[in-house]
Design a protein around this ligand. Structure first.
Ligand code: GTP
Length: 957
C-alpha cells in the first residue's frame, strides 16, 4: 500500500492537522508536519487508536431550562454502529426526530424572543452553572462549539450561505458534516441522542433545503446535541436570539436551517481543527437554535446572510463570548446584553426594536458587508494573492489563511493563487472565481500595412563568433569604413548599436553583442531583431564551441548567416578549412556551390571589410527588407540601464513606424514618454525610423533587454497596459512560486530532498544580471541549489522585497541599492538584502550561504560529569540522583550518559536538575545537585553521569 500523508489521515479522521500531528508524536511516530508520510500500518494503528478514543463521548442532559449537564461517557461500539444508522435516517425521519426537540422549543415559546435569548444565555451563562455542575462540559462541548461559533462567522461572512450554501455545501460540506458528527454524536445522549446524530445527517441532506426553515431555536437539548455537529450554527443561534419570534414560527426550519448551515461544513473542518474549546459550550447549543430563528427572518437570503455575518462577528469575538456573559451578569438582563451585543455587531432591526433604542440603526451597518449573490464572484485575471482574495470576499485574511492551512496549503497573505486554487478556496466561503481577460491588443495601435506604405529599410546585423576570433576588431574596422563619421577613430559608439553609411549610399545597422558565454541569452535575443548574422570565424582557428552556438541561435531564429573568415592576414590562416567545417554544419559556401556567403577579411588590415559590407547589402536586398515608417513606432529594447542623471534609459531598435520625441509608449511593464532621443553617436534626434537604434529617455522604469517597445495613443493607455502587464507579471511570479511552495516544498523538506537557496537578483545593467544569473546557477551541488526566482535591472524595490518575502528568498543587489522605504519594508518582512560591487563577492557569500544550508554535521561536546552519591525516589518523577559535579558544569536539557564502571548504561537527557528544592538551569563544578533522567530510573550510588551537548557544524561544499 502506498504511504499516507498526515494531512490525508487528518482529513480522513476529520481532525485538525496539528492535532493529529501532536497525537502522532505522542504515539511516538516520526512526523514533522502535515506532509510527513505514514506507513499503512502506522496509519491503521492511528485510526484504531483514535477511533477507540472517540468512543468516549459527551453526554448531555438537560437539567433545567437553562442548564445542560454534559458528561463524558464511553460509548459501546454497538451504540456507535447504531448511531451511524441514525445519521442515515431519511430527512423526514430526521425531521421527526428533531421535532421532539422543537417541541421543547415550543415550551419555551412562551417567551418567544426571549426564549431564544434565554436559551442562549442559559447556555452561555450556564457556563458558570454548567461549569459548577458539570465541569466536563466545557471541554467536550467547547471544542465543537467554539468551532461552531467561529465557523458561523466565517460562513456568515460569505453570507452568501443562504443562497450559495446549496452549492458550496453540497460538495464540501458532505465531508465536513461527517466530521463534526462524530463528535456531536457522542454528545447526544439521552433523548437528544438520536436527534443529534440525525441532525448531522439531516444537515447534510437538508442543506439543499436551505432557506426554508426559520424554525425557532430548538431547546437546549438540540443545542446540546447539535452543538458539536453544527458548531457553525452557533451563530445562527445568535441570530435566533434576535429573531426569536420568527423562530418559533417555523419548526421545520430547523432542519432547513441546518441545511442552511451547510456552508459551515467547510468551516467545520477548520473549526474542528482550530477552535478553542471554551466558548464552544455556550455556542454549541446556540448553533442549533440559530438556524431556526434565523430562518424565520432569513426570508430574504441576503438578510440571512447579513445576520450570519453579524453573528460571525460575534462568533469571532467568540473569545468575547465570555465577556458577553459577564456583561449579561452585570447588566442583570441577559436578554438586554445579548441585544446590545447584537446591536454592536450589526444586530437586526428586531434587536433594535427590543432595545427600542437608536442603536438599531447602527446594527444595520453590518448588512453592508453582506455580499449579494451576484457579487459573490471574484474576478481574477491570472492569479490573485491570498490577501486580495480575502479582501474581495470581505473575509478576514487570517481566516482564509487558516482555512487553507487546514486544507494542507501553507500560504502567506502575499502568496498568489492561480484561478484553480483560488476557486477552491473561494468556494469555501461561498464565492466563485471568474477568470477575466484584459484586451491589451485592443489598446495597442493596430495598423494594417498596405504594400504602398512599405519602404526599404537597412538590414540589422549582429556579429557573433567565438572568443577572440575578432568580433570587436571587425566592428572597429567597420566603424572606420563609415563614410559619415568625420572622426579619426570612426564612430564613437554610445549605445549597443550603430548604423554604418556605405560609400554607395547604403546603410547597415550593427548590433554590438558581447562575446562572453554568460551573455548567450542576450545574443539569442539579439537574433530576434536581427536580419542578418555575421559569423566571425578565425581562419587560423576554425569553428569552435561558441561558433556552433551562434550557428544554432541564428538558425533557430531563421536568420541568414554571412560568414566573415577573419584573420586571413595571419600565416596560419586556412580559409578552406573553415569552409569545410562550415559545410559540416550545414553552411555550404557559395564558392562550394552552396548559398552561404563567405567573405575573407582581416579586421587588422581592413582587407575584405568593404566587400563584407557590400555582401550584407546584397543579402538585405535578397531579403527584401521593408517596413512602414508612417505609423506609430514598434521595436525592441536592446539594452537598458539606470542613468544617474537621466533616470532609466534604453536603447531601442525601431523595427517599424517612426519614433518621435513626445510619443507615449509602453515597454514591458513600464509606461513612458519619449523625453529625448540620442542616436548611436550621442546626438539628439527627433525621429527614428525603421532599423534605427536610438537611446530613449523617459521610461517609467528600467526595462529588460528584449522587451517590446510600442507607441500608444496616450499616456493613459500606456499606463493602463503597463499596469496590467506588471500585475500579470507579479501574479505569474508569485503564482509560480506558490505552486512550488504548495506542491513541492513541504514534501521535499519532509523527504529530505533538494533544498534551494532562492535569490532575487537586481543589477545596474542587463549584462550584469545575466552574468550573475549564470554564475550563481553554477554554484551548489546535488544537495543544495541556487534558484534565481527573479532577475532584473534597476534598484531594489518593494516588489522585489515582497517577492523575496513570500518566497523566502534573499535579495542580491549588484551596483544597485534599495529605493525609498524598501529597507524598512525589508526589515519588516525580514528579508535579507545584500548589495555588492564586485561579482566574486556575490559568489563567495552565496557559496557561504549554501554551505550553511547544507545538512549540518553534528559534533558532541562533553560539558561536565557528576558522581551519584545518593538516590531518592520521588513520586511522579522517578529516581533522582543526589550528585556532585566533579567536572565542568551540568545543564538542564543536556544529553547524558549514565556510566557504571565506565560502561554506558543509558543514554538519555536530563529531565530535572535541582539545587535543593529549586529547579536550576545549570550547576557548576564543586556543587551538589539532584539529577533526574528522562525515562530512566535505575540509577545507583557510585554511577557517573556524563553531560554533553550536540553542536551543529555547517558542512562545506
Ligand atoms: N592578425 C590578426 N589579428 C586579429 C584580427 N582580428 C582580431 N585580431 C586579434 O585577435 C584578438 C582578439 O580580437 P577581438 O576583436 O578582441 O576578438 P573578439 O572576438 O572580439 O573577442 P572577445 O571580445 O573576447 O569575444 C586581438 O588580439 C586582435 O588584435 C585579424 O584580422 N588579424
Amino acid at each position: 500500500m502506498a504511504k499516507m500523508r498526515v494531512y490525508e489521515l487528518a482529513k480522513e479522521l476529520k481532525i485538525d492537522n496539528r492535532d493529529l500531528i501532536r497525537q502522532l508524536i505522542e504515539m511516538g511516530l516520526d512526523v514533522r508536519n502535515h506532509m510527513s508520510a505514514l506507513s499503512p500500518e502506522d496509519a491503521q494503528m492511528v485510526r484504531d487508536k483514535l477511533k477507540a478514543e472517540r468512543n468516549e463521548v459527551v453526554e448531555e442532559k438537560r437539567v433545567t431550562t437553562q442548564v445542560i449537564r454534559r458528561r463524558r461517557k464511553k460509548v459501546d461500539t454497538a451504540e456507535e454502529a447504531a448511531a451511524p444508522e441514525a445519521e442515515e435516517l431519511s430527512p423526514e425521519e430526521t425531521a421527526e426526530l428533531e421535532e421532539p426537540e422543537t417541541l421543547p422549543t415550543d415550551e419555551a415559546p412562551a417567551q418567544p424572543e426571549p426564549a431564544a435569548e434565554v436559551q442562549v444565555s442559559a447556555e452561555s451563562e450556564p457556563a458558570p452553572t454548567a461549569e459548577a455542575a458539570a465541569p466536563a462540559e466545557p471541554e467536550p462541548a467547547p471544542g465543537p462549539k467554539a468551532e461552531a461559533r467561529i465557523e458561523p462567522e466565517p460562513e456568515p461572512e460569505p453570507e452568501p450561505e443562504p443562497e450559495p450554501k446549496p452549492e458550496p455545501e453540497p460538495e464540501p460540506e458532505p465531508e465536513p458534516a461527517p466530521a463534526p458528527k462524530p463528535e456531536p454524536k457522542p454528545t447526544p445522549e439521552p433523548e437528544p441522542a438520536p436527534a443529534p446524530q440525525k441532525e448531522p445527517t439531516s444537515v447534510a441532506e437538508a442543506k439543499p433545503v436551505p432557506e426554508p426553515e426559520p424554525e425557532p431555536e430548538p431547546k437546549p437539548q438540540k443545542a446540546a446535541a447539535e452543538p458539536k455537529e453544527t458548531p457553525e450554527r452557533p451563530k445562527p443561534q445568535k441570530a435566533k436570539p434576535v429573531r426569536p419570534k420568527r423562530a418559533v414560527e417555523d419548526a421545520p426550519a430547523r432542519i432547513i436551517s441546518k441545511p442552511t448551515t451547510p456552508v459551515p461544513p467547510m468551516g467545520d473542518r477548520w473549526r474542528e481543527d482550530s477552535r478553542p474549546a471554551p466558548p464552544a459550550a455556550r455556542r454549541g447549543p446556540r448553533p442549533v437554535p440559530p438556524s431556526a430563528p434565523p430562518v424565520g427572518e432569513v426570508p430574504p437570503p441576503d438578510k440571512s446572510d447579513g445576520r450570519p455575518s453579524r453573528r460571525r462577528k460575534k462568533g469571532k469575538k467568540g473569545t468575547q463570548v465570555p465577556s458577553d456573559d459577564v456583561l449579561m451578569r452585570k447588566a442583570g438582563s441577559k436578554r438586554k446584553e445579548i441585544l446590545d451585543r447584537d446591536a454592536l455587531y450589526g444586530g437586526r432591526p428586531s434587536r433594535g426594536r427590543r432595545r427600542g433604542g437608536g442603536t438599531v440603526k447602527k446594527s444595520l451597518k453590518t448588512e453592508l458587508t453582506t455580499p449579494k449573490a451576484i457579487k459573490r464572484r471574484v474576478k481574477v485575471t491570472e492569479a490573485i494573492t491570498v490577501g486580495d482574495l480575502a479582501k474581495r470576499m470581505g473575509v478576514k485574511a487570517a481566516e482564509v489563511v487558516g482555512r487553507m492551512m487546514k486544507m494542507g496549503m501553507m500560504v502567506t497573505l502575499n502568496q498568489s493563487l492561480d484561478t484553480d486554487d483560488a476557486g477552491i478556496v473561494a468556494s469555501e466561503f461561498g464565492f466563485e472565481i471568474e477568470r477575466v481577460g484584459f484586451e491589451e491588443e485592443g489598446l495597442l495601435a493596430a495598423h494594417e500595412d498596405s504594400p504602398e506604405e512599405m519602404e526599404t529599410r537597412p538590414p540589422v546585423v549582429t556579429i557573433m563568433g567565438h572568443v577572440d576570433h575578432g568580433k570587436t576588431s571587425l566592428l572597429d574596422s567597420i566603424r572606420h569604413a563609415d563614410v559619415v563619421s568625420g572622426e579619426a577613430g570612426g564612430i564613437t559608439q554610445h549605445i549597443g548599436a550603430y548604423d554604418v553609411h556605405l560609400p554607395n549610399g547604403g546603410q547597415v545597422v550593427f548590433l554590438d553583442t558581447p562575446g562572453h558565454e554568460a551573455f548567450t541569452q542576450m545574443r539569442a535575443r539579439g537574433s530576434q531583431v536581427t536580419d542578418v548574422v555575421v559569423l566571425v570565424v578565425a581562419a587560423d582557428d576554425g569553428i569552435m564551441e561558441q561558433t556552433k552556438e551562434a550557428i544554432s541561435h541564428s538558425k533557430a531564429a531563421g536568420v541568414p548567416i554571412v560568414v566573415a573568415i577573419n584573420k586571413i592576414d595571419k600565416p596560419g590562416a586556412d580559409p578552406e578549412r573553415v569552409r569545410r567545417e562550415l559545410s559540416e554544419r550545414g553552411l555550404v559556401s557559395e564558392s562550394w556551390g552552396g548559398d552561404t556567403i563567405t567573405v575573407e577579411v582581416s579586421a587588422k588590415t581592413g582587407q575584405g571589410v568593404e566587400e563584407l559590407l557590400e555582401m550584407l547589402q546584397l543579402q538585405s536586398e535578397v531579403l527584401e527588407l521593408t517596413a512602414n515608417p508612417n505609423k506609430p513606432a514598434r521595436g525592441h529594447v536592446l539594452e537598458a540601464r539606470l542613468d544617474k542623471g537621466r533616470g532609466p534609459v534604453g536603447t531601442v531598435l525601431v523595427q517599424e513606424g517612426t519614433l518621435k520625441a513626445g510619443d507615449s509608449f509602453v515597454c514591458g511593464t513600464f509606461a513612458g514618454k519619449v523625453r529625448s532621443m540620442l542616436d548611436d553617436r550621442g546626438k539628439p534626434v527627433d525621429l527614428a525610423g525603421p532599423s534605427i537604434p536610438v537611446e530613449v529617455q523617459g521610461f517609467g522604469g528600467v526595462p529588460e533587454a528584449g522587451d517590446e517597445f510600442s507607441v500608444v495613443d496616450s499616456e493613459k493607455v500606456a499606463r493602463q497596459i503597463a499596469d496590467h502587464r506588471a500585475m500579470k507579471k507579479r501574479e505569474a511570479e508569485l503564482s509560480a512560486k506558490t505552486k512550488t511552495s504548495l506542491e513541492g516544498f513541504f514534501e521535499k523538506m519532509a523527504e529530505g530532498e533538494v533544498q534551494e537557496l532562492k535569490l532575487v537578483v537586481k543589477a545596474d545593467v542587463q549584462g550584469s544580471v545575466e552574468a550573475l544569473v549564470e554564475a550563481l546557477g553554477k554554484l551548489g551541488n546535488d544537495q543544495v541549489k541556487v534558484n534565481v526566482i527573479h532577475a532584473a535591472t534597476g534598484a531594489i524595490n518593494e516588489s522585489d522585497v515582497m517577492l523575496a518575502s513570500t518566497s523566502d528568498a534573499i535579495v542580491i543587489g549588484f551596483n544597485v541599492r534599495p529605493m525609498g522605504k524598501v529597507s524598512e519594508t525589508a526589515e519588516a518582512e525580514r528579508v535579507d538584502i545584500r548589495t555588492y560591487e564586485v561579482i566574486y563577492q556575490v559568489l563567495d557569500e552565496v557559496t557561504a550561504a549554501l554551505t550553511g544550508m547544507l545538512a549540518p554535521e553534528f559534533k558532541e561536546e562533553v560539558i561536565g560529569r557528576v558522581e551519584v552519591r545518593d538516590t531518592f525516589g520521588v513520586p511522579k518523577v522517578g529516581t533522582v540522583a543526589g550528585s556532585y559535579v566533579t567536572e565542568g558544569h551540568v545543564e538542564r536539557g543536556a544529553h547524558v550518559r549514565l556510566l557504571r564502571e565506565g560502561v554506558v548504561i543509558a543514554n538519555t537527557k536530563v529531565s530535572s536538575l535541582r539545587r535543593f528544592k529549586d529547579d536550576v538551569k545549570e550547576v557548576a563544578q564543586g556543587f551538589e545537585c539532584g539529577v533526574g533522567l528522562e525515562n530512566y530510573n535505575d540509577i545507583k550510588v557510585g554511577d557517573e553521569i556524563e553531560f554533553y551537548v550536540i553542536h551543529e557544524v555547517a558542512a562545506e561544499l
